[in-house]
Write a protein that binds this ligand. Structure first.
Ligand code: NAP
Length: 495
């Protein structure tokens, strides 16, 4: 007999755990979480590069339902966040609902039985509803560079750090200057013989203002949950205020730009190096980075900045677009992730026999950033237009989980019901996003960023978290047709 459950969640990172918490709070107990890895944590399990940390304040980068008075500082380290997620899974007592080392191999809508049929690495199961909480930055993007595979030393991606490679004392090349690179470069510069940093595009960088919480503060947070709640609320408001500078408000972005340029001037005395590190595109177009130690590391004798892309590799020689050649013993690819073509989309087949990847062949689309036509009873968290550049993404997935719970309640109101989102609702929502994004720096700011797919904003939500919450609140269920299951009734619960 094939096991049947109400909700199958795929992925046990922030999104999957957040979904499980929301289901629990709504009294829905029939769910499982499929996780291909051996532990929960998603991004924070997979990224173990030196210096890995979050650039969203710790007290906002957690579940509202699971405040953590123990955060060590204003910004948490990656390992600390991974431990937090493991603790959340324990506290929620997920038990055998958490199926670790269980990869989703294929999910197919079974029209005859009106349910999802899932093949996993540990057997098959069926589910009334499918929640894809697979993450959006999971698959390393490896640039196609001639000779890369023939590089003579250790070579790995920032999200697949090879801790067995002893690169201390080596000449290391780092490719990329995104959020991962600015965190790992200062740590590498402390231990490597030398670091060469390949920068294709400089980032806008503002001060991080790192600070630890001392024992007395942590004890106070533990003793006074209301103080912790007030801190979270204040950080939320601060985060929402940042939206203006990221989204092209003239005064706000001019102010933030000045802060970033003053930070650069304070930390990099050499005018030529400063010029090489100065972005020539609009503030906010790419993710704005927070760092207190990146510029000092780049300006130190431990690092050479190569202000152009890596274009070819010949043994241990690295050729830059500028024509300069550098020699390295080890190569770190901090080159980001495949975000526009999500691998999980290949695995999911909807009611017309089309995969989600085919449905999204022109770029990701959805209604409410969460549901997709032709994929009944399916919900995607952290997928189309659900990323943020100004505030905590945990807030977004909490809103998506709440929307999913509401939709599941609507489904439950029709025995064995099937929720189908109208194609028009998806088209209208997509047009709404396009209108909101049209004049923003993400599309017009003169940079390349991972939010955009062939001229359309497909990953970032073009608004505040407040606006997202309000938009989802306006979705009153009329976006769906709800029909009873074909086989209907009780017998479909005991396949
Ligand atoms: P990323 O922002 O996509 O950066 C990739 C970098 O690699 C870019 O600088 C890119 O240059 C560069 N690159 C690619 N091919 C290159 C080549 N051949 N030569 C030279 N440079 C090359 O990736 P990421 O830094 O891993 O960050 C991805 C996302 O993860 C972030 O935007 C953020 O959302 C998330 N993240 C968050 C945190 C956090 O603290 N919350 C930390 C790390 C990551 P171009 O800019 O020219 O494309």
């Amino acid at each position: 007999m094939t096991e049947h459950i109400e909700v199958a969640i795929v992925g046990a990172g922030f999104a999957g755990l957040g979904m499980a918490i929301a289901l629990r709070r709504a009294g829905r107990q029939s769910f499982v979480i499929l996780e291909r890895a051996a532990s929960v944590g998603g991004t924070w399990r997979d990224n173990t590069y030196p210096g890995v940390a979050c650039d969203v304040p710790s007290h906002l980068y957690g579940f509202a339902t699971h405040p953590n008075p123990e955060w060590s500082g204003l910004y948490a380290t990656g390992a600390e966040i991974h431990r937090y997620l493991e603790r959340v899974a324990d506290t929620e007592d997920l038990g055998d609902r958490l199926r670790l080392r269980t990869a989703l191999l294929a999910a197919r809508w079974d029209a005859a039985a009106s349910r999802w049929h899932l093949d996993t690495g540990s057997g098959a199961l069926t589910a009334d509803a499918l929640v894809l909480a697979c993450g959006r930055l999971t698959e390393p993007s490896i640039p196609e560079i001639p000779g890369l595979e023939g590089f003579t030393g250790p070579i790995f991606h920032s999200a697949r750090w090879d801790h067995s490679a002893d690169i201390a004392g080596s000449r290391v090349a780092v490719i990329g200057t995104g959020a991962s690179a600015v965190q790992l470069l200062p740590r590498l510069a402390e231990t490597a013989a030398h670091v060469t940093l390949f920068q294709r595009t400089p980032a806008w960088i503002v001060p991080r203002g790192e600070r630890g919480y001392d024992a007395a503060e942590r004890e106070r947070f533990a003793a006074h949950p209301e103080e912790l709640a007030a801190l979270r609320a204040a950080l939320y408001v601060e985060g929402e205020a940042r939206y203006a500078s990221r989204s092209g408000d003239a005064a706000a972005s001019a102010g933030a730009r000045e802060v970033a340029l003053a930070h650069l001037a304070n930390q990099v005395p050499d005018p030529a190096l400063r010029a090489a590190l100065s972005p020539d595109y609009v503030f906010g177009c790419k993710r704005v980075l927070l760092s207190d130690d990146f510029y000092p590391a780049v300006a130190s004798p431990a690092v050479t900045l190569e202000p152009s892309a890596l274009v070819a590799v010949d043994g241990d020689r690295l050729v830059a677009a500028s024509g300069t050649r550098h020699t390295a013993d080890a190569l770190v690819l901090a080159t980001g992730f495949v975000s526009q073509r999500q691998p999980y989309a290949e695995l999911v087949t909807g009611e017309r026999g089309q995969t989600l990847a085919e449905h999204w062949s022109g770029g990701m689309t959805s209604f409410a950033s969460t549901v997709v036509s032709d994929f009944p009873n399916m919900f995607v968290l952290d997928g189309p237009n659900a990323s943020l550049g100004h505030n905590s993404s945990v807030l977004m997935l909490e809103e998506q989980a709440a929307y999913t719970v509401r939709a599941l309640a609507q489904r439950a109101a029709t025995p064995g019901g099937v929720l189908r989102v109208h194609p028009d609702a998806e088209a209208d929502y997509t047009a709404e996003i396009a209108r909101a994004a049209r004049t923003t720096p993400w599309l017009t700011g003169g940079c390349r960023n991972w939010y955009v797919d062939r001229g359309r904003l497909t990953l970032l939500w073009p608004g505040t978290v407040d606006a997202f919450r309000a938009r989802l609140a306006r979705a009153d269920g009329s976006e769906f047709t709800t029909t009873p299951a074909r086989t209907g009734g009780e017998d479909r619960r005991s396949a």
